[in-house]
Design a protein around this ligand. Structure first.
Ligand code: PEP
Length: 248
């Protein structure tokens, strides 16, 4: 039985008074849930949130990390820094990083290795662009991203794969449940083939792209979906708690 995880990616949103939203989430999910719960706020808020969330089931993660541990990389943040301020996870390969910062598969691979070096679990994102879906290239794109971005040494504990069709992120559009199941089953089989039965069959596979309280239950029930990576709807405690409720 794979324990699901519902992860929220706040992206470049949130300032110090967002502690009220985190306090509200803490009240809503104070008792242990049937899934792990993660918030990835901007790096500026991780330390403050880690104090608020101590002794709660809600964990914290970063949204990206540099491949180096420290050095002359202005504006970047290392996985060691994220760990130091209270994170246990980091997202790697999010499509917004791939597009805005030119993070190619080999960079994503190095970042994922860096996450493990610091003792963080990585949530590695894959997903196709709308043109690739229309050209029937979805599975090919995902196969390439998995092949080129997963480092040696992946386990079901240190790596989570998030399938996020780029055209579904922040648009209100979602694939059909059957389409989600098809891609997730493809990823599951690919991981079993490339990482071995034990690792591949136990790794958590998240769906991301316009998950909301109203569609979460249906999407989370698709085969080989073990949770969600949520953007916009994670910013409001009530909506995020509504998505977590899909696992009640
Ligand atoms: C995301 O950016 O990871 C995401 C899934 O965003 P949204 O839920 O807003 O589509």
């Amino acid at each position: 039985m794979i324990r699901p995880i519902v992860a929220g990616n706040w992206k470049m949103n949130g300032v110090s008074n967002s502690v009220s939203e985190i306090n509200s989430l803490k009240e809503k999910v104070s008792s242990p849930s049937n899934c792990d719960i993660l918030i990835c706020p901007p790096a500026t808020l991780i330390m403050a949130f880690s104090h608020i969330l101590k002794e709660t089931p809600i964990e914290l993660g970063g949204q990206t990390c540099h491949s180096a541990a420290s050095g002359a990389h202005t504006g970047d943040i290392s996985s060691e820094m994220l760990k130091d301020c209270g994170a246990n996870y980091v997202i790697t390969g999010h499509s917004e990083r791939r597009m805005d910062h030119g993070e190619l598969d080999k960079i994503v691979k190095a970042q994922t290795e860096a996450a493990w070096r610091a003792g963080l679990k990585a949530i590695l994102c894959v997903g196709e662009l709308i043109g690739e879906r229309k050209a029937d290239l979805t599975l090919k794109v995902i196969e390439r991203q998995l092949k080129n971005s997963i480092p040696e040494g992946a386990t079901a504990d240190n790596l989570i794969i998030a399938y996020e069709p780029v055209w579904a992120i922040g648009t209100g559009l979602t694939p059909t449940v059957d389409d989600v199941a098809t891609v997730h089953t493809f990823i599951r089989n690919n991981l079993i083939e490339t990482q071995g039965q034990q690792v591949g069959s136990n790794m958590r596979l998240l769906y991301g792209g316009s998950v909301k309280p109203g569609n979460a239950k249906e999407l989370m029930a698709a085969s080989n979906v073990n949770g969600a990576l949520v953007g916009g709807a994670s910013l409001k405690a009530e909506d995020f708690a509504g998505i977590i409720a899909a696992y009640e």
